[in-house]
Design a protein. Structure first.
Lengths: 336, 336
């Protein structure tokens, strides 16, 4: 079955069910010129939007519709998480080429709805249109956050402690498996594969951190060294990360042992982990990390500190420090 | 110059200027994971999103960047207008193929900003990414409207008067000129051409109508007969339109005379006029039309009435009535 067989309205009828999860305050969802809803008046509204293009962000023949839909929404929710917000409403635009089946599109929405349900997010509308060659998805998500708890990139201060909410590099390892057609034939490889395919947005964790006074945050989409770089640049500060504090999963260590990579380089350069990284004031760090563990049964990894040097460096247990680079660290540019 | 020459951040630097027009209440615009802003607490937030895909909605070689950007935003603002809202913030996602120049993209943003400025709309963020073949634009616009003044499609009632805010069919005539490579060699043809290329959103008019108690509205994107059909279906009502009341511009009459078309068929079937059509209660119609004219120096065209028949018909001056169809009316299906 193709989209042209059932038309746009037929398609909307097919996907509308299950889109409205939280009907209170929703005046109009799918079915009018625009969606209409109210939000609490003390809350700041957040909106993020991401476009995914076939042959650029995904290969349709190698990606199930479910995984595509799930990840498309996950990356947007992750942006809301990185602001400390609560995700509320999602809007999905989709441009569909003639050779894309309705079944595939339904699977896309299944993935979208699965994640939307987990985080109580309405899918409130969007646009459906044609495309000549590639499938394109654009998702916009509105969230809200109390005005005094927004986590910006430009708020890091010298002396702050740098944190990460999860292990780093797993997603990059999963991508390596996919690009090299390596079967995920063990629990470890399967877990890395899933880290790349079905990343989890740290929404509850971001909300917790924002409400507990964390200072700055970003989601790790391009790799810790690159994304932390945005915080450093926008805050006009530097950072010293401790090599032995960077969280690396046992799965990644096994992967790196098997394929001959350096786990730390993977952790620093790996994109699409969608963990949150950021900074919190030194005097609150221990308490927040303690409360975080009590709440989520997961550690908040404290991996370094913010400096006033405007340089990013990675310090090894032997005391050697190297300039941090997009791919890990510069083996030649030693700081000592 | 190509996008890869300057990178995404170089591009954002290029286009950021002029994007923030109304900084009050804007906590964060371009430059973070999401834009953050507050809105008045009594207002309902509206969000609309539209995706435009090369070779489906436009031909890049035949469309200037300016016109593409202008129209991409116009169609979204028109959706806010059709809800009776005020447009506030716009978010632009753009997927750019390798053969698209930065100059073209800058021209796109010039068109966007020109219209945004006219209606005091911020361009608050979005996403910029690559594409293999086609240029794709997705625009989301947030607007607001007082909760008791929202214009829905499902609110028409039998006895209501049907209105249009402007002449119909001009845009379709402009498209005919473009598709048939006919030079706009007169003021009349130029005007039709512009109606298609640079449609104006009826935002002020929509706001006026909503605040003066109009009942239902839609923007005419697919053609009056088709779009009014949405109102009729969603309101479970019918309509009788009067052939001699349908507003047809002198330019369209001249065009139809020259190329051998029926002006009324063009007016009823013509898409992309982006006028507002809708209904208002009979007892308010005269007063609202009077006040509308006083305010805008343009007539509010009263073109028919809503019936409880669930049929849409067009009534000719000789008393003949025909079933209205997507392309005008059914010449065989007479109602009398």
């Amino acid at each position: 079955m193709n989209l042209k067989d059932i038309g746009e309205f037929g398609f909307i009828e097919k996907i509308a069910s299950g889109c409205l999860l939280r009907p209170q305050n929703i005046l109009k969802a799918i079915g009018d010129d625009a969606a209409a809803f109210t939000m609490g008046s003390d809350e700041v509204i957040l909106l993020t939007t991401d476009m995914l293009v076939e042959r650029v962000h995904f290969l349709r023949h190698a990606t199930s519709g479910f995984n595509l839909g799930y990840k498309s929404l996950a990356v947007n929710l992750s942006d809301i998480a990185a602001m400390g917000g609560t995700a509320k409403e999602a809007f999905v635009s989709i441009a569909v080429p003639g050779n894309c089946s309705v079944e595939y599109l339904e699977d896309v929405y299944k993935g979208l709805k699965t994640l939307a349900r987990e985080f109580d997010v309405n899918i409130l509308g969007g646009d459906t249109t044609g495309s000549k060659t590639d499938l394109i998805l654009n998702i916009s998500v509105i969230g809200s956050v109390p005005g005094n708890e927004i986590l910006y990139r430009d708020a890091a201060q010298p002396g702050d402690i740098v944190f990460s909410t999860g292990c780093l590099g797993d997603s990059k390892a999963g991508l390596y498996l996919i690009l090299n057609h390596i079967a995920a034939d063990s629990e470890e490889l399967k877990s890395l594969f899933d880290s790349h395919i079905l990343p989890r947005p740290y929404l509850r964790e971001g909300r917790f951190l924002a409400s507990h006074g964390v200072r700055a945050a970003i989601d790790v989409s391009d790799g810790l060294s690159s994304d932390l770089g945005h915080i450093l640049k926008q805050s006009s500060v530097g950072a010293s990360l401790y090599a032995d504090k960077i969280p690396i999963s046992e799965n990644l260590r096994l992967f790196c042992g098997r394929f001959g990579f350096n786990p730390l380089e993977y952790a620093l350069s790996g994109g699409e982990d969608y963990t949150l990284a950021g900074t919190l004031s030194r005097d609150k760090a221990e308490q927040i990390a303690h409360d975080y563990f009590e709440t989520f049964d997961q550690p908040l990894y404290l991996i370094g500190e913010i400096t006033d040097s405007e340089k990013a460096e990675i310090i090894f247990p032997d005391g050697q420090s190297h300039v941090m680079t997009a791919s890990g660290w510069d083996h030649f540019k030693s700081e000592k």
